[in-house]
Design a binder for this molecule. Structure first.
Ligand SMILES: NC(=O)c1ccc[n+]([C@@H]2O[C@H](COP(=O)([O-])OP(=O)(O)OC[C@H]3O[C@@H](n4cnc5c(N)ncnc54)[C@H](O)[C@@H]3O)[C@@H](O)[C@H]2O)c1
Ligand SMILES: [Zn+2]
Length: 443
């Protein structure tokens, strides 16, 4: 510190990237604020992840560049030669003047790309997933052992139901690294202090250990939180098995448990060391659970401005996961754009709270919430109505309204969907919110 690094670097006359400035820019706050809000650990994480370098296509022909890539996450964007040629032909790029030479170069360099690549990506969505540490692949469960970072022991945590269906495959693929298996209670019961107390007492891992959470969002939320606090934080890997977990819960590092006073009231941001998503596991998911996830898929598609819900499962999951990963990478601590992921959720949470979480599932509440958010945004609601068929719930109107106001404390700021995409923290007049909320309730 104070040695004059930046000044000296500028004196060299080459482009200079100051990592402190990059960290401040991506965090949206000063280094002093990062230290005081999030601690030095969070700053060091950001510092280590500060740069994404778009490396020229021929750079890997230099051995020194290949060496330097050893310590970086290197992603090979593997696009077919015809597409590449279409994109560059007629440009002034010196090595793209002659098609035959261009194709030869493409073939020559492939071996080098394969040598340096940690991940092979087909498109921008794959690149984002790689940057977030998310691996989406049919059959990934059977490769779990290979996909897991590090080489320390593993504690496998699951719910009894998922353990019965997919536990054996997970155990086999973890092989010799599997040190212990644990079960959390099914459903929301997993997200309680009692369940975590038991898990923490059973765990026998040192700091080299990893917690692998095999299951839906309840398992991943609870086990991820267990990992965030055990020995002051050890790595964890969610293996998402439900649609909710694959498109939402297992991505972005939010972990936590519930209190009697409300859901997700205690938790931590603890980014997974890797997230493993195997869309084939959805084949054993009951239809009702699939519908739960479909509400989040429709939400994601609306935010992305693309009908992601029309895609076949594998692609649907990949695209939804990539969308959430991108938002969370840009705003890991939920201080800006990550808030858009709450589209429809203010209404949903109020309905769930007023019904005391009985008789209305989160998915159904979100379907209704999306309806209200779209109406307030002046948008067509056909997609939500056709896909999610939201039906009004029987709850006490005043209780829902109170729950919504308590949740919002002060001005009613919502996520809305404009023509240019989502906006958040939009102040909406109370009477408009109340009117749309009332339409969601059966008389
Ligand atoms: N952390 C986040 O960012 C985030 C985001 C969204 C939701 N969540 C949380 O996720 C939770 C809901 O997740 P969920 O809906 O996955 O609940 P869940 O974990 O209870 O799973 C739902 C049910 O499906 C079963 N199941 C899961 N995978 C299966 C499979 N492949 N085959 C057969 N059965 C399977 C489970 O045993 C369970 O009975 C909520 O607590 C919510 O708060 C967290
Ligand atoms: Zn949700």
């Amino acid at each position: 510190m104070g040695a004059g690094k930046t000044t000296a670097a500028r004196a060299v006359g080459l482009p200079v990237v100051d990592s402190d400035e990059l960290v401040e820019e991506t965090a949206g706050k000063t280094i002093a604020e990062i230290f005081s809000d999030d601690g030095e650990g969070a700053f060091r994480e950001r510092e280590a992840d500060a740069i994404v370098l778009a490396l020229g296509g021929g750079a890997v022909t230099s051995p020194s560049v290949r060496d330097a890539l050893d310590d970086a996450l290197t992603v090979w964007l593997d696009v077919d030669v015809d597409t590449c040629w279409e994109r560059v032909r007629g440009s002034d790029r010196p090595l793209a003047q002659d098609e035959t030479a261009f194709r030869r170069l493409y073939e020559e360099r492939r071996a080098l790309y394969a040598e340096v690549a940690d991940v092979v990506a087909r498109d921008v969505h794959d690149v984002v997933l790689a940057a977030a540490g998310v691996h989406v692949e049919r059959g990934a469960l059977r490769k779990l052992g290979e996909l897991l970072p590090g080489d320390g022991p593993v504690a496998l945590v699951s719910d009894p139901h998922v353990a019965g269906i997919h536990g054996m495959d997970a155990q086999l693929s973890l092989g010799a690294r599997l040190a212990q298996t644990h079960e959390l209670p099914p459903g929301e019961e997993a997200k309680t202090l009692i369940a975590l107390d038991r898990l923490w007492q059973e765990l026998r891992l040192d700091r080299r250990g990893t917690i692998v959470a095999l299951g839906g969002g309840c398992t991943t939320d609870a086990a991820g939180y267990a990992a965030s606090a055990y020995l002051r934080g050890i790595p964890w890997v969610p293996v998402a098995t439900s649609l909710v977990a694959q498109v939402d819960a297992a991505i972005g590092g939010k972990t936590g448990i519930d209190l009697p006073q409300g859901k997700n009231l205690v938790g931590a941001f603890h980014w997974p060391a890797r997230t493993v998503i195997d869309p084939a596991l959805l084949e054993t998911l009951p239809e009702a659970q699939r519908r739960e996830g479909l509400s989040e898929v429709v939400k994601t598609g609306l935010l992305a401005g693309e009908p992601l819900w029309e895609l076949p499962d594998d692609e649907l999951v990949r695209r939804c996961a990539a969308f959430k990963a991108a938002v969370c990478l840009r705003d890991p601590r939920d201080q800006g754009e990550r808030k858009m992921l709450n589209l429809g959720h203010t209404f949903a949470h109020a309905l769930e709270t007023a019904a005391a979480y009985q008789g209305i599932t989160h998915g159904r509440a979100v379907a209704l919430g999306l309806l209200a958010a779209l109406r307030l945004s002046g948008r067509d609601t056909a997609v939500v109505e056709e896909l999610l068929r939201p039906s009004p719930v029987k709850v006490d109107r005043e209780r829902v309204w109170e729950a919504l106001l308590r949740d919002k404390k002060g001005a009613l700021r919502l996520v809305l969907l404009g023509d240019d995409g989502p906006t958040w923290d939009v102040e909406v007049p109370a009477e408009d919110v109340r009117r749309e909320l009332d339409r969601l309730i059966a008389s």
